[in-house]
Design a protein. Structure first.
Length: 92
C-alpha cells in the first residue's frame, strides 16, 4: 500500500511519525473546504435567484460550474478536453 507521506511529503521526517494524524487532518481540511465551497455556491445562487429570473440564474450557475471544472481539470490534472466538449459548452 502507498503511504500518504511518501507521496505528498517525502522529505518531511515528522510526517512518517505522525502518518495517521496527517492523513486525517488533510482529509478533514478537504472536506471542510468542500463544504465551504458548496455553501458559498448556494449563497450566490440564492442571491442570483432574488435578483433575476430563475432561468437566468440557473443557466449562469451551470455555465460557471462547467467552466470552472474545465479550467481546474486542465490546471490540476493536465486534462485536455475535445473540441466537441467545447462546442457543447458554448451552447450553454
Amino acid at each position: 500500500s502507498v503511504k500518504f507521506c511518501s507521496i505528498f511529503l517525502p522529505e518531511m521526517r515528522w510526517c512518517r511519525v505522525y502518518q495517521p494524524a496527517v492523513a486525517l487532518l488533510s482529509r478533514g481540511a478537504m472536506i471542510l473546504g468542500m463544504i465551504y465551497c458548496n455553501a458559498n455556491m448556494l449563497t450566490c445562487f440564492t442571491k442570483a435567484m432574488h435578483l433575476s429570473s430563475s432561468l437566468i440564474a440557473t443557466v449562469s450557475v451551470t455555465s460557471f460550474n462547467f467552466a470552472s471544472t474545465a479550467i481546474l481539470s486542465m490546471i490540476l490534472f493536465n486534462e485536455t478536453l475535445p473540441l466537441l466538449w467545447w462546442a457543447g459548452f458554448s451552447c450553454i
